[in-house]
Ligand binder design. Structure first.
Ligand SMILES: Nc1ncnc2c1ncn2[C@@H]1O[C@H](COP(=O)(O)OP(=O)(O)OP(=O)(O)O)[C@@H](O)[C@H]1O
Ligand SMILES: [Mg+2]
Length: 230
């Protein structure tokens, strides 16, 4: 099993990326690079295109123009659009998106089963991921028996369990109250540094962006209007 502490992820390169929904341009000529092992925060007002950009990175949408590379590999562009399950990504959404009928351990195990990882290794990896997010004792619970913060930790464990090359976050803390948001933000910042996975983190919250990311891209009306190091 690869050691996540030395898995520095992969760089992301976005070039000349545009996206339209039924003729309406929502992303315009985006150029961005995320160095391997670092986190980029996407910050901007509602409707500016943050989630659309994240979905293009995930392969849930196909760009109208431009290219996305993970490392040397072309993910989207020039008649290429690699399927989400073949991009080696983990995702965490605002609404957790856990399977309600599965236990915590089964939820976290799901990406490993999809990748046909052997049972003994799966058990080890699920235990490791749950321990990393502080949920070792909750393995047998159902999501409905957890608080919002605990559910989001499960989603985080599920996103990292397969040691993806890229982690994508879409406002993962915005459903939680302030105190919990601050605690989880600090824990995620620590985890992201420990794992050194390449990540893109969408948020409305400047403080979150500064705590989690090495670089911040500010978006407005489908464009990057500012980019700076933290
Ligand atoms: N499937 C879709 N079909 C048509 N228009 C869409 C679709 N998804 C998003 N849009 C439009 O694209 C624009 C960007 O939406 P997006 O969800 O990327 O914004 P956002 O920055 O994530 O906003 P928020 O902070 O509210 O989540 C918006 O004008 C939105 O209405
Ligand atoms: Mg959004």
């Amino acid at each position: 099993m690869p050691n996540p502490a030395v898995n520095a992820g992969t760089s992301i390169a976005i070039s000349a990326l545009s996206h339209e929904f039924s003729g309406k341009r929502v992303l315009e000529d985006i150029h961005l690079r995320v160095p391997a092992g670092t986190t980029l925060a996407l910050l901007g007002p509602s409707g500016c295109g943050k989630s659309t950009l994240l979905k293009l990175l995930a392969g849930l949408l196909r760009p109208s123009r431009g290219e996305i590379h993970f490392g040397e590999r072309l993910m989207a562009g020039h008649a290429v659009n690699i399927l989400p399950e073949q991009r080696d990504i983990g995702m965490v959404f605002q609404d957790y998106a856990l399977w309600p009928h599965m236990s915590v351990a089964q939820n976290v195990d799901f990406p490993l089963r999809m990748r046909r990882v052997a049972r003994a290794e799966r058990r080890l990896r699920v235990d490791t991921a749950l321990a990393r997010v502080g949920l070792a004792e909750f393995a047998a619970r159902k999501p409905s028996e957890l608080s919002g913060g605990q559910q989001q930790r499960v989603a985080l464990a599920r996103a990292i369990v397969a040691e993806p090359r890229v982690l994508l976050f879409d406002e993962p803390l915005s459903n939680l109250d302030r105190e919990l948001r601050e605690t989880l933000c600090a824990e995620m910042a620590r985890l992201l540094r420990q794992l050194a996975i390449t990540a893109v983190y969408v948020t409305h919250d400047r403080g979150e962006a500064q705590q989690l990311a090495q670089h911040i891209a500010h978006m407005a009306q489908g464009r990057i209007v500012n980019y700076h190091a933290v």
